[in-house]
Design a protein around this ligand. Structure first.
Ligand code: S3P
Length: 169
């Protein structure tokens, strides 16, 4: 269970449903939602793709860290839709652990994600060989998601409503 004073952070791969689930969960809990990609895009006045193209991945990752730290510093408990790559940085992983936030890993088979990411214009890393890239990313990141997660929710073959209930539990 999530404590009333505890931030809830959703982590997981691209296409797993972090944004959608975070919105519904935030609504249910009456909390504000911090959606990493959306906040970055609105502040920068540029899309994730444009930031990757103009400034490179490293600059984008620095923005991700900024948004995460800001969300975790919110005085009231919030729901965070972390960006897929948020666990890559040791700073972010430490911040997640030391904040006392409840971190839930939404986990799917990479094969499930291939279909879901087709519409994702904000995912320049998947421009070439999305299936192979997702497999590789999952292999590289699996241990990192596991390291920060307090709970794992499997999303394969589950409806959004079902996933939301599992997250709330
Ligand atoms: C990324 C995930 C994307 C976006 C960017 C990089 C990643 O967000 O931040 O394309 O490295 O996993 P979503 O997880 O919302 O798709």
């Amino acid at each position: 269970m999530i404590r009333a004073d505890q931030h809830l952070v959703l982590v997981g791969m691209m296409g797993v449903g972090k944004t959608t689930v975070a919105r519904v969960v935030a609504d249910r809990l009456g909390r504000r939602v911090f959606d990493s990609d959306a906040i970055i895009e609105s502040r920068q006045g540029r899309t994730v793709r444009e930031i990757f193209t103009d400034d490179g991945e490293e600059a984008f990752r620095a923005l991700e860290t900024e948004v995460l730290l800001e969300a975790l510093a919110s005085p009231e408990p919030v729901v965070v839709a972390g960006a897929g790559g948020v666990v890559l940085s040791a700073t972010n992983r430490e911040a997640l652990k030391s904040s006392g936030a409840r971190v839930v890993w939404l986990c799917a088979d990479p094969a499930t994600l291939v279909e879901r990411v087709k519409s994702g214009g904000h995912r320049p890393l998947l421009d070439d060989d999305p299936a192979g890239t997702l497999q590789r990313m999952f292999r590289d990141r699996e241990a990192l998601y596991r390291e920060v997660a307090d709970a794992i929710v499997l999303v394969d073959n589950r409806s959004i409503g079902d996933v939301v209930e599992a997250v709330l539990r």
